[in-house]
Design a protein around this ligand. Sequence first.
Ligand SMILES: CC(=O)N[C@H](C=O)[C@@H](O)[C@H](O)[C@H](O)COP(=O)(O)O
Length: 225
Amino acid sequence: MTGAVLDRLRGGLIVSCQAYPGEPMRDPATMARIAHAVATGGAAAVRLQGPDDIRAAAPGLGVPVVGIWKDGDGDVVITPTLRHALAVAEAGAGIVAVDGTRRPRPDGRTLAATVAGLRERADVTIMADCGSIDDALAAQDAGVDVLATTLAGYTPERARGTGPDLELLDAMAGRCTLPVVAEGRFHTPAQAREALARGAWAVCVGTAITHPETITRRFRAAMVP
Ligand SMILES: CC(=O)N[C@H](C=O)[C@@H](O)[C@H](O)[C@H](O)COP(=O)(O)O
């Protein structure tokens, strides 16, 4: 099952459709329409946040859902516990992405215990959102199926530039045996192509495609003489 899902992602564009608390598009029906729109445009998979958005978007989507649930006010917020991961799977995500860092998790489980608990109760592909090469190597040992550079620059281990962390991508693609999804601050098609050339299995783009607030701000900033 996981092999077939990963085959579908190979060389593809995963589009992340997320609106943040208080934003006008934060509503499951809206996210579902955006998810279907990007699938029409050729997304290989759609990344969605929260069981409600996943439940609204998954039926008839035609491509796998990479599901997360951002919750809590600590450091670890992306699908932080086994309970969150099970809810994401139950909502219809074929791929469940979880925090893949080495930081303590709010339910006290290790990543390995979270992976084992999820596998016991759901037939899903498990993605680890990592922030460093050490995270990625540890997540691989913990038994996940696919790694992602999602948290590069969002933990103290890596600096956050304006663009993607291609250095971390190189390290992960070079040293890890699992497929690596390039994710985080990919703003242009050229950067996405570059990620594939550097060994990414797939590229996940969010803000540059589905976050009109940021896209509009970027245009406005560029128009200031
Ligand atoms: C760090 C974190 O919480 N990342 C989140 C993970 O789901 C999202 O806010 C990002 O939009 C997503 O990773 C895609 O990245 P970008 O929007 O830069 O293309």
